[in-house]
Design a protein around this ligand. Structure first.
Ligand SMILES: Nc1ncnc2c1ncn2[C@@H]1O[C@H](COP(=O)(O)OP(=O)(O)O)[C@@H](O)[C@H]1O
Ligand SMILES: [Mg+2]
Length: 326
């Protein structure tokens, strides 16, 4: 049995909006094992960031967890008190957001920000913390004399590497990357991904990697969960996903990208649009867009079951293994 680090079970999250309650995440379950590189993919608005924020207990205001559990090393994250939460964030789990500027304070030098994070959790002197900050910068290939630079004095790629250094500062067990390279150009993106893989190997943390870039995900992850309209529709090891995706949505997504190395295109391959999440229709949420749909699909929500021990798919008419394009 793999060593489970994070266990998200039947998680549901809603946002209160003017028209009612928007069901951003519904009944989502997945686990991340120690040392695993887990990917969460799906088009914009499908609930990926909401899951990440729920795990970090960073949901605010309009958001509420309406069901489910989040367990980390057996502790119930949703019930953590303030002190436990403080230790959990940074020391156990940390998060890197899409835009480095959302993680960094523009008026404080990167060195001071690293030191602040370190000293908030470890009993180090300012000098010791600064040495540790230098070590961390070196880990992400940033010249240590840039320790006195302000965020705007660094390139976008360097800023994102500073944020990654910060996320690693307290040696967490899990780092969540929420579209960490989406705002960067392709070459910088590639270098950052390579760095993340290298650091993971060296430090052994687990990763929850979120992106809408499925080809990238297929290259780097161990297992992948595919989200659609707030629900997880398919979950499997990456090889299985590549060769034998079962859900019509996953298959459509895979077809929407011409080739792994080809130019990326948006989800133009699947006609129609995502359902309203405030008054979602009955049955499978993909029903209106699905080429495989049958009458039952519009009435009943399919369970998240089989076809394999480690392969789950929420579809009554999931494709057979190795089936050609549906
Ligand atoms: N603060 C918020 N208030 C209201 N609705 C929100 C808020 N944040 C996200 N949503 C809605 O929740 C759904 C999921 O959003 P999100 O988790 O950001 O998706 P993703 O990260 O996959 O793009 C979307 O319909 C989005 O519009
Ligand atoms: Mg997002």
């Amino acid at each position: 049995m793999p060593d489970v680090l994070l266990d998200v079970r039947n998680l549901s999250v809603e946002y209160s909006v003017a028209r009612g309650r928007l069901k951003a995440v519904t009944d989502v379950s997945f686990a991340i094992h120690r040392g695993e590189f887990f990917g969460l993919a799906g088009e914009s608005g499908c609930g990926k960031s909401t899951i990440a924020f729920a795990i970090m207990r960073l949901l605010k205001g309009a958001a509420s967890v309406s069901g489910g559990e989040i367990n980390f090393k057996g502790g119930n994250v949703l019930a953590f008190g303030e002190e436990r939460l403080r230790l959990f964030r940074w020391e156990k789990a940390s998060m890197v957001l899409q835009s480095a500027m959302n993680n960094l304070n523009p008026v404080i030098t990167v060195g001071s920000q690293l030191c602040d994070a370190i000293m908030a959790h470890q009993p180090l002197s300012p000098g010791e913390a600064r040495n540790r900050a230098r070590e961390l910068l070196a880990l992400v290939n940033i010249d240590t004399d840039r320790i006195s630079a302000y965020p705007h004095e660094l390139s976008g790629g360097m800023r994102q590497r500073v944020v990654i250094a910060m996320a690693m500062a307290l040696k967490p067990d899990l780092i969540i990357f929420d579209e960490p390279t989406t705002a960067l150009d392709v070459v910088v993106q590639y270098n950052i991904i390579r760095k993340i893989l290298e650091l993971k190997k060296e430090m052994g943390f687990s990763i929850l990697f979120i992106t809408h870039d499925l080809p990238l995900m297929l290259e780097i992850c161990d297992r992948i969960g595919i989200m659609y309209a707030g629900r997880m529709v398919e979950l499997s090891p990456v090889e299985e996903m590549r060769r034998g995706a079962r859900h019509p949505y996953t298959r459509g997504l895979l077809r929407a990208f011409p080739s792994l190395l080809g130019e990326k295109v948006k989800l133009s391959g699947i006609p129609g649009s995502v359902p309203d999440l405030i008054t979602p229709p009955d049955g499978c949420l993909f029903y209106p867009r699905c080429s495989q749909r049958q009458e039952i699909c519009g009435r009943t929500i399919p369970g998240f079951t089989g076809p394999g021990e480690d392969h789950f798919c929420a579809c009554f008419y999931q494709a057979a293994a190795g089936a050609g394009d549906a």
